[in-house]
Design a protein around this ligand. Structure first.
Ligand code: KG4
Ligand code: ZN
Length: 347
């Protein structure tokens, strides 16, 4: 028996819906990005985000069903991101999912957004055109798995002993890695979102032009990026006061190298300590080419990184995580509430 999950994701600035079969095979994956809308503010503007989710959510669900050539009768459960995320954004997806569950009689499954990022690594890419022609699937990540989740809102190292069993080893004490990319991009005059802009600028620069600090925080698996951000700010001010043009490419490359070195170093250290069977990197920053290359080059463990399209927010990952919860017997009631600060380790 096939199990198909329809999932909705509205935790931040992407309105997304997807249908995933048996936790791995994407039948459709639709995302309406609000990036252009928020670029004028240099970051996500919560009220604008929730209003845009309201406009986009039902058309996005419709197109996910159409793209998969399915209607709700072919679906087994409705999954939705319950948190963490922006309250006004989460509530739009959760209410829409409840409406769909109520109308169809299908079970409702609340999913943690970070859990979704983890399960993006289980998804096959690209989406299949017909659910009858199944692709050859890559081997699944093996447990114990060491996951580095790096996004605009989170930087966490998580030990996963088995499906749905998460132990948080460490997290950022200040800025998330993606947030640091976005803030530093603004400091050096690059566009929003900062991650892709820094990656592009860094390709023309030298990673050793500036000796930016690495916060190793010995003895803990936590991260800190605020000192690095301040160091970039100090250099930028110094050059501006001296009337010098900013060497954007060198600043970007040196900053990116400092972030990547710490992320990769700590992830490998944790994987060794906990004798992981593999390493998984997920979340928007895992789209970063320098990070992907460094992990692949330095890791003695198998490395799982989702395809680029599944690194940033999407609903296929929520469907894949929702599948694991559904087959494990988790259901939520129609009075399920959003959990804007839901920690992964308490899922
Ligand atoms: O996972 P995501 O789409 O949303 C959150 O859950 O936060 O992550 C968005 C973050 C942004 O901070 C963006 O700048 C960063 O991911 N990002 C990147 C790259 N692509 C996106 N950071 C570094 N390099 C990239 N190529
Ligand atoms: Zn995310």
């Amino acid at each position: 028996m096939l199990t198909r999950i329809l999932a909705l994701e509205t935790s931040c600035d992407e309105t997304a819906a997807a249908i995933v079969q048996d936790g791995r095979i994407i039948l459709s994956n639709t995302v309406a990005s609000q990036v252009d809308l928020h670029a004028q503010f240099g970051g996500v503007f919560p009220e604008v985000a929730s209003r845009q989710h309201i406009r986009a959510i039902y058309p996005i669900v419709d197109s996910a069903l159409k793209q998969a050539h399915l209607d709700l009768s072919a679906i087994d459960a409705i999954a939705v991101t319950r948190g963490p995320g922006l309250p006004g954004s989460l509530v739009v997806g959760v209410n829409a999912a409840k409406g769909l569950a109520l109308a169809s009689g299908l079970p409702l499954v609340g999913v943690n957004h970070l859990e979704g990022h983890i399960y993006s690594a289980w998804c096959h890419w690209p989406p299949v055109q017909s659910s009858d022609t199944l692709p050859d699937l890559a081997p699944e990540p093996q447990f114990p798995l060491l996951a580095l989740i790096v996004s605009g809102g989170h930087t966490e190292l998580v030990l996963i002993q088995d499906h749905l069993t998460y132990q948080r080893l460490g997290a950022t004490l200040d800025d998330a890695a993606g947030e640091a990319f976005d803030k530093v991009a603004r400091l050096i005059g690059l566009s929003y979102p900062g991650g892709p802009a820094i990656q592009k600028a860094a390709e023309q620069g030298s990673a050793t032009a500036f000796a930016f600090p690495r916060a190793w925080l010995e003895g803990a698996y936590n991260f800190s990026f605020s000192g690095l951000k301040t160091a970039v700010l100090r250099e930028v001010r110094r050059m501006q006061e001296a009337g010098l043009a900013l060497p954007e490419a060198n600043l970007a490359a040196s900053f990116q190298a400092a972030v990547v070195e710490v992320l990769v170093g700590k992830t490998l250290q944790a994987a060794r300590e906990f004798q992981a069977a593999g390493i998984l990197a997920a979340g928007g920053v895992s789209a970063n080419r320098a990070l992907r290359e460094a992990l692949l080059a330095q890791s003695e463990f198998p490395v799982y990184i989702p395809p680029l399209a599944l690194c940033t927010d999407n609903a296929a990952m929520i469907a894949a995580a929702g599948y694991q919860r559904f087959v494990a017997g988790y259901h939520d009631s129609l009075d399920m509430d959003i959990l804007p600060n839901w920690p992964l380790s308490e899922v």
